[in-house]
Design a protein around this ligand. Structure first.
Ligand SMILES: NC(=O)c1ccc[n+]([C@@H]2O[C@H](COP(=O)([O-])OP(=O)(O)OC[C@H]3O[C@@H](n4cnc5c(N)ncnc54)[C@H](O)[C@@H]3O)[C@@H](O)[C@H]2O)c1
Length: 346
């Protein structure tokens, strides 16, 4: 049994990952600024102990007594990343390194970082392994590159960072996101009766279910230190590297509606294929989900939880809209510090 601190535990992945780790027998404490508190999809499960704090304000004292930190807290997509690249680097790079230095000072031996395949950016037609060159095309992608490089410089005999380069996630969560491709296409089909593509459908995307992301984190935590020390792992599965139009066709077949193109839909520069052999070979990673099963899970939950178009397209489930809402309410500063006392739920 390990004592684990999960930052970002109240977000899309965190609300699935933290209970997953608890079910595996670990003691989990969360830490989150609460940006999406109240943005629930159905009823929220018990989140256990979760401290409300900004990662930029973490102190070593807050991290004492933990065996591992899993660092999810971040500006989690390109649209928010574009708002102010300086703030994106402030949270995703400097904030990450600030937590890592605090963890190291507190004697925490393992640091599992939620990185992203988007640091490969525009890789083209070759499936990229972990030693491929970084070609990020957005501040978000660049912020993950810089975070990994900074973490690597901190690695030593007592501190082992591991970089989990997650594919684009999908799946149902108590803190659903509508702004990632499988969820978006399924929700639009559910709410509007059409599968609406935002691009021409040609880009390649590696995909992974959030429960399989949780499974990968558990595998990294439980692996011998030498297998994960200062190592990067692409997190996903080869069979789920697909073109966006293939996802649209799958959603269309399951939801029984046609595919349309949003106004101005064109090529998307974020286009990359990824090789997932290493995580399979080194960590014995055995993903349990498929895109098809994930679409069906989403459709069932959308039906049972009564998803409305207003929620799906608004601040409750679109991360950029929520950040804008908090700023308009005057409870979030331009550098994205949240005044938690004044937070109004979506
Ligand atoms: N969802 C994906 O497709 C995907 C893919 C690759 C990598 N990732 C990475 O996984 C992590 C989690 O993603 P997610 O989809 O759950 O995102 P999310 O936006 O749903 O959750 C992020 C959480 O971090 C918290 N947070 C943000 N800034 C903070 C700060 N400064 N201090 C404290 N808490 C803060 C938010 O309140 C939120 O609860 C992120 O690092 C993201 O970059 C996600």
């Amino acid at each position: 049994m390990m004592r684990i601190l999960v930052t970002g535990d109240r977000g899309y992945i965190g609300t699935v990952l933290a209970p997953f780790l608890r079910r595996a027998g670990h003691e989990v404490v969360g830490l989150d600024a609460g940006w999406y508190d109240g943005c629930d999809f159905g009823s929220m499960p018990d989140v256990g102990t979760s401290l409300t704090a900004d990662v930029r304000d973490v102190t070593p004292g807050m991290l004492e007594g933990f065996d591992a930190v899993i660092h999810l807290a971040a500006i989690s997509n390109d649209p928010i990343g574009h708002l102010d690249p300086g703030v994106t680097f402030g949270i995703n790079t400097e904030g990450t390194l600030h937590v890592a230095r605090a963890a190291k000072a507190a004697g925490v031996g393992r640091f599992v970082f939620a990185s992203s395949c988007s640091l490969y950016g525009s890789g083209g037609s070759v499936a990229l392994a972990e030693d491929a060159a970084f070609q990020p095309v957005t501040p978000y992608g660049e912020s993950k590159v810089r975070a990994e490089q900074g973490l690597s410089a901190l690695a030593d005999d007592d501190f082992s960072p591991t970089y989990m380069r997650n594919a684009t996630a999908y799946g149902s969560s108590p803190r659903l996101r509508a702004d990632i491709v499988v969820n978006n296409l399924t929700g639009t089909a559910f709410c509007r009766g059409e599968v609406r593509l935002q691009s021409d459908g040609s880009p390649w995307r590696p995909l992974v279910h959030i429960e399989d992301i949780s499974r990968a984190v558990l595998a990294a935590l439980q692996a011998p230190r030498e297998k994960v020390h200062d190592e990067a792992f692409n997190v996903g599965v080869d069979r789920d590297v697909v073109q966006v139009r293939d996802i649209a066709n799958q959603v269309s077949a399951i939801m029984g509606c046609g595919v349309t193109f949003a106004e101005g839909a064109g090529a998307d520069v974020r286009d990359y294929r990824v090789d997932f052999s290493k995580i399979h070979d080194v960590l014995d990673f055995d993903p349990q989900w498929s895109i098809d099963k994930g679409i069906r899970e989403l459709a069932t939950d959308m039906s049972q939880r009564g998803l409305s178009v207003e929620d799906f397209e608004g601040p409750r489930f679109v991360r950029l809209e929520r950040v804008r809402q908090l700023m308009e309410l005057g409870v979030m500063s331009p550098d994205l510090h949240l005044d938690t006392v004044g937070v109004s739920h979506a």
